[in-house]
Write a protein that binds this ligand. Structure first.
Ligand SMILES: *Cc1c(COP(=O)(O)O)cnc(C)c1O
Length: 400
């Protein structure tokens, strides 16, 4: 083992400096909440660190309230919660699941792993969410579900999507990885689908490094979800004294996180209000500070429709084209600001072509915005001075 943080004597993590000798503003940095270290110490010392301990109960209860009261099961990731939802839907090979092309790979992978076919629909040019007007044309006798992603925590048109799903007898699943704390017409995101999935990955608003949750808004799914999460056994019932031994009763896997991670998550969830107000401040500073620059350069800023309250999960800009997007990222890097692009269209990815299919008209909006989108640093500990530095750095870029 070499010295920590080095590889063959070369530093792995160099504090990069720009020409003004200022530290680089990273794209993301995790926030340490007030109770985090205390709870971690407590969890490690409690004599048992496996899943479903006291902190798991506390984190689940806090989370349940935030997403509208559904039963919440902590999982090892949002990816795993999506996999559980796919098992719960009893998908058969060849069944179809409608979803946006503009999303993270796990949204599609979880269903492809069950042999189902992801059917990729284009997104709206304003919110970058799945275009609800394009869903119905893709429904076939094999369609079983619609998976929505509230991009940047801005709600999809859940009223219309709910109507379509009811008309055709389809399940709705919310991949709510961005949406914790978001509202649609006063109702929390994560409360609309029969199931919703949350992520507590280090890049999300509330995090424990790697973690997630499955929200069950249909009480009829709870018993089987508990079994799937516990390796296909009725161990949860056994611990509650409902059965005298636990046995293999269904398919499943090991989807429950250690109580140590749940301890970190409990502290983060308790600090949600403080985390959110700091993220909102950065988001608003960007939105206001870049408005006239964006208008002048024909750059689009995020659109928040009436009735949507978003949780400041990410801040993005849509440059006029790929060349300007790449040039802006390089321009910011040279000024010590780490900015990045985002999702590449799944329908055009190698595995997307192999396992899925695109809507008949393709996904032209997705292809355009994937090339044009840049995300700015956004995290709770980004202070006002650094936000101002980011704004100045962006404003000094001239769109060509
Ligand atoms: C982060 C993210 C995921 C995956 O979350 P993990 O917890 O890392 O598995 C899935 N979907 C979306 C939309 C995400 O942003």
């Amino acid at each position: 083992m070499g010295e920590a943080g080095t590889l063959g004597g070369r530093p792995l993590f160099t504090a990069r400096v720009n020409s003004n000798d200022l530290k680089t503003i990273p794209f993301n940095r995790t926030h340490l909440s007030p109770n985090e270290l205390g709870y971690l110490t407590e969890a490690v010392g409690q004599g048992s660190t496996s899943g479903d301990g006291p902190f798991t109960g506390r984190a689940s209860a806090l989370l349940g309230t935030m997403v509208g009261g559904g039963r919440t099961l902590l999982t090892t990731s949002c990816t795993h919660a999506l996999e559980m939802s796919a098992i719960l839907l009893d998908l058969r090979p060849g069944d179809e699941v409608i979803m946006p092309s503009f999303t993270f790979v796990s949204t599609a992978n979880a269903f492809a792993m069950r042999g189902a076919v992801p059917v990729f629909v284009d997104c709206r040019p304003d919110t970058l969410n799945v275009d609800e007007r394009l869903i119905e044309a893709e429904i076939t006798p094999r369609t079983k579900a619609v998976v929505v992603v509230h991009y940047a925590g801005v709600a999809c048109e859940m009223e219309e999507i709910g109507r379509i799903a009811r008309r055709h007898g389809l399940a709705v699943i919310e991949d709510n990885a961005h949406g914790l704390g978001g509202l649609y017409r006063g109702r929390p995101l994560g409360s609309f689908g029969c199931m919703a999935t949350q992520s507590f990955h280090a890049t999300k608003n509330v995090q424990c490094g790697e973690g997630g949750a499955l929200v069950l808004n249909d009480a009829g799914l709870v018993a089987r979800a508990e079994v799937i999460r516990e390796k296909g056994t009725n161990r949860s019932q056994f611990f509650r004294g409902q059965v005298d031994k636990y046995r293999w009763v269904d398919i499943g896997s090991s989807y429950l996180p250690s109580d140590v991670l749940a301890a970190q998550l409990t502290a983060q969830l308790e600090a949600f209000g403080a985390i959110q107000s700091r993220r909102q401040a950065v988001w608003s500073a960007y939105h206001e500070g870049l408005a006239d620059w964006a208008t002048a350069g024909e750059v689009s800023q995020p659109v928040i429709p009436d009735g949507c309250v978003h949780p400041a999960h990410l801040y993005y800009l849509l440059l006029p084209d790929l060349d300007n997007r790449q040039a802006l990222i390089a321009h910011l890097a040279a000024r010590g600001v780490q900015a990045t692009f985002h999702y590449q269209p799944l329908h055009a990815a190698p595995a997307g072509e192999r396992y899925g299919r695109a809507a008949a008209e393709g996904c032209p909006v997705t292809e355009r915005i994937a090339d044009r989108l840049v995300r700015l640093p956004l995290f709770a500990d980004l202070d006002a001075a650094d936000a101002a530095r980011v704004i100045d750095a962006v404003r000094s870029y001239e769109v060509v």
